[in-house]
Structure formats: C-alpha cells, structure tokens
Design a protein around this ligand. Structure first.
Ligand SMILES: [Zn+2]
Length: 126
C-alpha cells in the first residue's frame, strides 16, 4: 500500500514517511492515525536529524527549525531543552529511521541491512 504526500503529492512509502518516523522516534503510535502521510524530503525539520551513511543529509534552513542554531545558548530550543537535545534528536530520529527501513524492507529496494564490506573482500582476494 502506498500513500500520497500531502505536500508534494508524490507517492510516500512507509519507509519514507515522516509521520511514521515521528511516531517511532517519540513513541507516539497514534500520531500515524492523526496525521497525513508526508515524505521525509518534505519534512526537513525531522529528517535533518537522520545521520546515516544510507541517508542523504538534509538541512532545514528555516530559522524556527534549523537544528544548527540550537547550540546557541540564546536559542529557544537550547533554553527549553538544554544542550543535549540535538544529540537526543539525532539518536531518536536516526534510530527510528533504521527501524523503519528494517520494518518495511520488503517494500524498499534501496536499503541494505548489511553494508557491503567491499574493502575487506578486495583485500582477501589479493
Ligand atoms: Zn513530499
């Protein structure tokens, strides 16, 4: 089953759905039911926190969401959540993203669960 991103109108798969990402990251399963599907590319405020070799890094330039501003002690996010919050978000969102790829890997032709050990293979051949 595939859905449509309510923003860009492109097809959204479960493994690329920011709504699913949010629900897993913050352990809020009902979030999926309450929100429309939205692809990760249309949700940079969340996908900026995914740091993984198989995920192309996303930057959110909007000042109200840009995590790069959070390390500033004067920023609202810093004041509210403290200096550790960036790391927590990275952990939650990256972890949730990996869970999503595993969970929906049948539908996902891109994700490789086991990264190829190309370097080692080449060495053993020599
Ligand atoms: Zn979209």
């Amino acid at each position: 089953m595939s859905l449509e991103c309510y923003q860009c109108k492109k097809e959204v798969h479960r493994w690329n759905d920011a709504t699913v990402l949010h629900a897993i990251a913050w352990n809020e399963p009902l979030f999926i039911l309450l929100k429309h599907a939205k692809c990760l590319q249309c949700s940079p405020s969340r996908s900026q926190h995914i740091i993984h070799p198989q995920f192309e890094p996303v930057v959110d330039d909007r000042p109200e969401f840009d995590k790069r501003l959070w390390s500033d002690p004067e920023s609202d996010v810093y004041k509210k959540h403290g200096p550790e919050f960036i790391e927590e978000c990275t952990m939650r969102y990256t972890g949730a993203w990996v869970v999503m790829q595993e969970k929906y890997k049948e539908e996902n032709p891109i994700f490789e669960t086991q990264p190829k050990k190309k370097e080692n293979d080449e060495r053993s051949n020599n």
